[in-house]
Design a protein around this ligand. Structure first.
Ligand SMILES: NC(=O)c1ccc[n+]([C@@H]2O[C@H](COP(=O)([O-])OP(=O)(O)OC[C@H]3O[C@@H](n4cnc5c(N)ncnc54)[C@H](O)[C@@H]3O)[C@@H](O)[C@H]2O)c1
Length: 279
């Protein structure tokens, strides 16, 4: 692989790990973040390993800033071969109809609108065969009560990927979405939820019995930007340890006697990796 890949929200969390992975894959990585110091840190770490990167402050909601930053990266590294739309800031939780009108518009502009803004800013610089990845969420796949505009925007991102795949495909450009489940990276969800027992419930209910890592997401992004996915477009890959593939049993089912004593939850046949040991 090679050429320039641009990653938004690359200063922290999953974005910083995606940026590091794409550098290992051979891309020069444009690390963008509203936190310019963090973007510079990610790029500096990559360069310290002898790979190519540049870290720039960029507010992904601002089309002018996005255009200037894209031009700067292209003048340094040449045409863009990959774009990873990943940046987000948490929207307040709660029922959708309870969200203040101005907050709703701001949330959708940030979480969904910015993905279009960044893709439009990159568009004039895309090399033939480029690949674009939109980081969505499992909350975009279902009616996620209480997740406010976040869930709605994440569903919109999946649609945006499909529409752009259809519109940009004739130019040889692919667009896909990735829907991660619970990624308990150090500065992410654990801090947000602050309820380790909830996390543990998800672990027990998930076929692979662990939360995800940023590396799990980065591996899928690497595939979608790489040569093994050249006929994959308009798709959403769920990266959730199987969490959304299983039917969750209700307490009623569990205790109504349909399961013999001790049959649920199924016991592993061998010791699984504990979440703490994973990666
Ligand atoms: N962490 C999870 O469990 C999880 C699960 C599913 C999906 N996701 C998705 O993965 C992506 C990354 O999530 P994360 O957990 O790493 O989040 P994070 O909060 O750790 O990182 C988000 C990054 O985006 C940056 N950012 C915020 N507003 C910006 C703006 N206006 N312009 C530019 N950069 C901005 C932040 O500075 C930060 O570096 C998001 O799209 C998120 O919805 C995360």
């Amino acid at each position: 692989m090679g050429g320039l890949a641009v990653v938004t929200g690359a200063g922290h969390g999953i974005g910083s790990v995606i940026a590091a992975r794409l550098a290992v894959d051979g891309f020069a990585v444009g690390c963008l973040d509203i936190d310019g110091d963090a973007a510079a840190d990610t790029a500096g770490t990559i360069r310290g390993r002898g790979q190519l990167a540049s870290g720039l402050r960029c507010d992904v909601r601002d089309p002018v800033e996005v255009r200037v930053v894209m031009e700067s990266l292209v003048s340094e590294f040449g045409p863009i071969h990959g774009v990873v739309n990943n940046a987000m800031s948490w929207a307040p939780a709660g029922p959708v109809l309870g969200i203040d009108e101005a907050q709703w518009h701001a949330d959708i502009a940030m979480l969904l609108g910015s993905y279009r803004t960044v893709t439009a800013g990159a568009d004039p610089h895309l090399a033939p065969g480029s690949s674009i990845v939109m980081i969505s969420s499992v909350h975009g796949l279902f009616g996620s009560a209480g997740w406010g505009s976040y869930a709605v925007a994440k569903a919109g991102i999946i649609s945006l990927a499909r529409v752009l795949a259809s519109e940009m495909g004739p130019r040889g450009i692919r667009v896909n979405a990735v829907a991660p489940g619970i990624i308990a990276h150090h500065e992410g969800l654990e801090k947000y939820v602050g309820r380790p027992e909830l996390l543990q419930q998800h672990v027990v209910a998930s076929p692979l019995r662990r939360t995800g890592t940023a590396e799990d997401v980065a591996g899928t992004v690497s595939f979608l930007l790489g040569p093994d996915s050249t006929w994959v477009t308009g798709q959403t890959i769920t990266v959730d340890g199987g969490m959304t593939s299983v039917l969750q049993l209700t307490e009623l089912e569990l205790y109504s006697g349909i399961w013999p004593d001790g049959a649920w939850p199924p016991q592993p046949q061998h010791s699984p990796e504990s979440p703490a040991d994973a990666h």
